[in-house]
Design a protein around this ligand. Structure first.
Ligand code: GLC
Ligand code: CA
Length: 553
């Protein structure tokens, strides 16, 4: 018997506030801008908004460096605006989940300012300080954003740990005062009425002693550290269990077995986690900075493993993209022609939304927004990209400038951060001023206004796909079973619930594919629920997606 929860039946929409809608012409998206677009989101049919950080921040890492968890960034508005947003969202039946970034703070947070001041101050132990070793850092641990994870501080001569940018010092979760301070902030937001948290790199909060030792620091030792489950259960007891909310952990480096601990139905930790195996499907020697395209068999193996692995004991979060990833249609589909862009964006929506789990739509994905044709570093804003450029081009000459620009166009995070394309007005209707990052020049044809009028648009298709979730319980609770795992062109699977069966078939290629054995897989008295071609055919056409529904027998 399936366990029902509202967050399993919901669709989440991620907003990256800086790039969503500017309301006052300063070129930066803001909270009043989001409020103006709530009707658009309601019309799309989503249930939950996940807001990337809107807290006070020096914005070294797109707001993921927070200097005050209980203040709104001036660029985004005021606490009054935030209250308005909550109220207006709730009025429309939309819930709001906030980003919780507590593996680290900004180096401008008062906690860190106090911590760095002296070796024996009361906040010293709130962060992770070590003596250097032989005139260098305490060990060879490197930051996710390139370079050493340790930065020396003039004040006391010691080094502090930062798994990300040097402006993002890691909190010391071993310290009970730190944990209590975090829980207090969480309760404060929940009492204000928010509906949950997306927890930034939450599986990195427990650092193994060995990783911090002078001979440690190799590899990804800080992922899934020794006390992480103890901390999350404590957080659940002290905070989460007291509210009717949803939580999702961002957990890079987590495999199926580990995910069951974080998000198991009886784990008393989180509602679910984001898995990143799929995001590594096209990684190479230098991580994502390469030109590899994924193999469909790898993609299917990963997704199927998560589908069957969590079945009955934990819940999947389903996503193709977010603010850290390139655009879904450019990466997993085909944006080389208008026709293939539209077809493959719909195909990807079908493939993902019909699986078991809670789907996450990243802003603009519902329009089939594409990667950005970045031509020079001047157009880039992202710290991760700059650091990677420095490391791979300037310091180690792994790539030439042109080679690296090609990799940035393929994998850089700014691809997802160009402004939302609302209309064919200047700057895509995002701002009347100068946008903080360039608008994708294809906004004149790829935009919400055009797609709202077109029943065949990607946007209209997303609305239909979302509606299916409400109409057919099999979409939410059905069990998953893959077909033809070795097929390099077709992704097909079934979902079954009680006496009903659904068959999902997706052609991931620009080729027409014959699969005469399909018909033997059709459900009984099959009806076509949705598809991205206007009339039927036997063979699977380029990027075709079809969903059939009928009896199990
Ligand atoms: C997460 C965020 C990313 C950020 C990093 C450090 O991965 O999604 O945007 O840069 O954590 O906070
Ligand atoms: Ca603004």
């Amino acid at each position: 018997m399936e366990i029902h929860n509202w967050w399993k039946e919901a669709v989440v929409y991620q907003i990256y506030p800086r790039s969503f809608q500017d309301s006052n012409g300063d070129g930066i998206g803001d909270i009043p801008g989001i409020i103006d677009r709530l009707d658009y989101l309601k019309d799309l049919g989503i249930d939950i908004i996940w807001l990337s950080p809107v807290y006070q921040s020096p914005n070294v890492d797109g707001g993921y460096d927070i200097s005050d968890y209980q203040a709104i960034s001036q660029e985004f508005g005021t606490m009054k605006d935030m209250e308005q947003l909550l109220q207006q969202a709730h009025l429309r039946g939309l819930r709001v989940v906030m980003d919780l970034v507590v593996n680290h703070t900004s180096d401008q947070h008062v906690w860190f300012i106090e911590s760095r001041r002296s070796k024996d101050g009361p906040k010293r132990d709130w962060y992770i300080w070590r003596d250097g070793c032989d005139g260098g850092p305490p060990n060879r641990m490197s930051s996710v954003f390139s370079g050493s994870a340790w930065t020396p501080d003039e004040e006391t001569g010691q080094y502090y740990l930062h798994l990300f940018a040097k402006e993002q010092p890691d909190l010391n979760w071993e310290n009970g005062e730190v944990r209590r301070a975090v829980y207090e902030i969480m309760r404060w937001w929940l009492d204000m009425g928010i509906d949950g948290f997306r927890m930034d790199v939450i599986n990195m909060i427990s650092k193994p002693a060995g990783a911090l030792a002078s001979d440690g620091g190799a590899g990804r030792e800080c992922v899934n550290g020794p006390r992480v489950h103890e901390y999350l259960r404590e957080m659940n007891r002290e905070v989460l269990s007291r509210y009717d909310i949803m939580t999702v952990g961002e957990t890079p480096g987590v495999a199926v077995e580990e995910a069951k601990k974080y998000g198991g139905f009886d784990s008393d930790e989180l509602s679910m986690v984001f898995q990143f195996e799929l995001m590594d499907v096209d990684a190479g020697v230098y991580g994502k900075w390469n030109q590899r395209r994924y193999m469909l068999t790898d993609l299917k193996r990963i997704l199927s493993q998560w589908q069957t692995g969590l079945e009955g004991c934990a819940w999947n979060s389903l996503f193709w993209s977010n603010h850290d990833q390139p655009r879904a249609v450019s990466r997993f589909g085909d944006d080389t022609s208008e026709e293939s862009r539209v077809l493959s964006a719909k195909m990807l929506a079908t493939c993902l939304h019909m699986m078991q789990g809670t789907p996450y739509i990243y802003q603009g994905e519902e329009l089939g927004m594409t990667n950005m044709p970045f031509n020079s570093l001047k157009e880039i804003r992202d710290i991760e990209t700059f650091n990677a450029y420095r490391e791979l081009v300037c310091e180690n000459s792994i790539y030439t400038h042109d080679e690296m620009m090609a990799r940035i166009r393929k994998s850089g995070r700014d691809n997802a951060r160009t402004p939302m394309q609302w209309s064919s007005a200047p700057n895509g209707g995002f701002t009347d001023g100068v946008p903080w990052i360039g608008v994708n020049p294809n906004y004149t044809s790829v935009n919400a206004a055009v797609q709202m009028r077109d029943p065949e648009s990607v946007l209209s298709y997303y609305k239909r796909i979302i509606r299916l979730r409400r109409q057919y319980p099999v979409v939410v609770y059905g069990s998953y079973s893959p077909l033809w795992p070795d097929d390099e062109k077709i992704f097909a699977y079934t979902r079954s619930l009680n006496d009903m069966r659904m068959l999902v078939i997706c052609n991931f290629t620009p080729d027409t594919v014959e699969r005469p054995d399909i018909e033997s897989c059709y459900p009984k008295d099959a009806e076509l629920l949705i598809g991205n071609y206007p009339f039927p055919a036997k063979a699977l056409r380029p990027f075709e997606a079809r969903v059939y529904y009928g009896g199990a027998a």
